[in-house]
Design a protein around this ligand. Structure first.
Ligand code: SAM
Length: 450
């Protein structure tokens, strides 16, 4: 345990629910390890461990395994996520009991904890855009979204100002803002050395700016879910309070179960939310509040431009057997082809002119001289046709596969094969004349030795 930063404990003294003695003691305890299961791939994993009370797919693990050595993690069967932050998914679920046809923007999304959670909660007729402004972090976010496999989960990499060019487009903005990070002091004591009252002020200004930048993209009546992993009043209640005063945003009610330990808060301006402290919640520090954009009769309805379809039927004839369902459009995109759920084509046409889309739909691959060459994203897609030939790998063979080596198996047939582990997809390989070519992208390879 590092030394508390100067002025930190004093700065949060007196905040709702804060108890210095038990807060200090909680920081001497090892933080809980938790994962969230993929709703379609996680069934049966981690049996006999406690379920996180606010997330049916959440699990507390007795200790921290080396996740990188678990092929199921590579297969997107679960996501390693801190438990308190799963309350963002709970809040979304509570605020949108009817989720049909929603458009959701997760504006500060890397590495993808909240985003993969939202993707799991949204029905296929909705759209989730996960944005990350920092390019390297956007790469990790794209990997995680790809591993999670939903065709309606797209990734962009833009400054929040770009979204003002999509007026009234989204039903929900999730803003898990960059913050001073005090809520993670227990998990990452080194973060203590970076905390200062000045950093809190700078974060608060940036948080205000991000909210204002994204606000035009929210529909009237739409909801912002604002969260931080900071305990500082300046970054939490004060930010939402002044934002709501300036914009006329209205509070919405969120009532986490008392037994979960989250402390309900209400700002002077009436915004409702909650705080999590590690001595009261089985998780790390977290703040969340939600508010609604008022409906004003003068605001014009959003009109999308009609463009002609980019669907390439000839290309699709060669690839359509690879995906389940029939309602896809296939769009050539440089060296790859993209399959989009047909109902999302108009959104794609609109978004691609405004933001840099790193992922939209499923990259399905490209036609080769003799056969279709599948892309890795197709292997991970939840819509992959279950009849594609697959080979179940043992743990040792899966490790070899994940290290981009020859998995050392006797292939049941020639040609493209989906490598699987315990029924979950790892990626493509191709059996050619007694040899196996490994098509796992090299940047995803496992570097650790078990
Ligand atoms: N939502 C993520 C999750 O659940 O995995 C965690 C997001 S983290 C708290 C905040 C993110 O905001 C970081 O990925 C950071 O790179 C990004 N960020 C930093 N500066 C930003 C800015 N000016 N505007 C928008 N996002 C920013």
């Amino acid at each position: 345990m590092n030394k508390w930063p100067d002025g930190f404990l004093q700065s949060i003294d007196g905040l709702p629910g804060f108890d210095e003695d038990s807060f200090r003691k909680a920081h001497e305890v090892v933080p809980p390890v938790s994962v969230r299961l993929h709703p379609l791939r996680g069934a049966g994993l981690f049996p006999d461990v406690p379920v996180i009370p606010w997330e049916p797919q959440g699990r507390y693990l007795p200790q921290r395994p080396v996740f990188a050595l678990d092929p199921l993690w590579h297969a997107g069967a679960y996501y390693v996520q801190e438990a308190s932050s799963m309350l963002a998914g709970w809040a979304f679920d509570a605020l949108f009991p009817q989720k049909a046809g929603l458009r959701v923007l997760d504006l500060c999304a890397a590495p993808g904890g909240k985003s993969t959670h939202l993707a799991a909660l949204l029905p296929p007729d909705s759209l989730l855009v996960s944005n990350e402004v920092i390019r390297t972090r956007a790469g990790i976010l794209t990997e995680n979204a790809t591993r999670w496999g939903y065709a309606n989960h797209w990734v962009s990499s833009n400054d929040p100002t770009a979204f003002a060019r999509l007026p009234q487009f989204f039903d929900c903005l999730v803003i898990d803002a960059p913050c001073s990070g005090s809520g993670l002091f227990r998990k990452d004591p080194d973060a203590m050395t970076e905390w200062s009252p000045e950093a809190v002020q700078l974060c608060a200004q940036r948080q205000q700016r991000i909210l204002h930048d994204a606000w035009p993209a929210l529909k009237p009546g739409g909801i912002v879910i604002y969260a931080t992993c900071s305990y500082s009043f300046e970054e939490d209640e004060a930010v939402v309070d002044s934002f709501c005063t300036e914009t006329g945003a209205e509070p919405v009610l969120l009532t986490p179960e008392t037994s979960w330990g989250a402390v309900p808060v209400q700002t002077t301006g009436g915004v409702l939310g909650f705080r999590c402290y590690p001595d009261q919640v089985r998780g790390e520090g977290f703040f969340l509040a939600a508010f609604r954009k008022p409906v004003t009769p003068t605001e014009p309805a959003r009109k999308g431009k009609k463009s002609s379809s980019a669907h390439d039927a000839t290309l699709w004839n060669k690839a359509s057997h690879l995906l389940s369902g029939s309602d896809w459009v296939c769009i050539p995109d440089g060296k790859n082809a993209r399959a989009l759920p047909a109902f999302l084509e108009a959104d794609w046409q609109q978004l691609k002119h405004v933001v840099y889309l790193r992922r939209a739909g499923i990259e399905v691959g490209m036609p080769g001289a003799k056969e279709w060459i599948p892309d890795h994203a197709l292997a991970a897609a939840v819509d992959l046709n279950p009849s594609v030939p697959a080979v179940a790998l043992s743990l040792e063979a899966a490790h070899r596969y994940l290290r981009c080596e020859d998995p050392g198996i006797d292939p049941p047939q020639q040609g493209w094969l989906l490598a699987t582990y315990e029924g979950r997809p790892l990626g493509w390989m191709k059996a050619v004349k007694g040899r196996i070519n490994n098509y796992l992208p090299r940047h995803l390879r496992l570097r650790l030795r078990g």
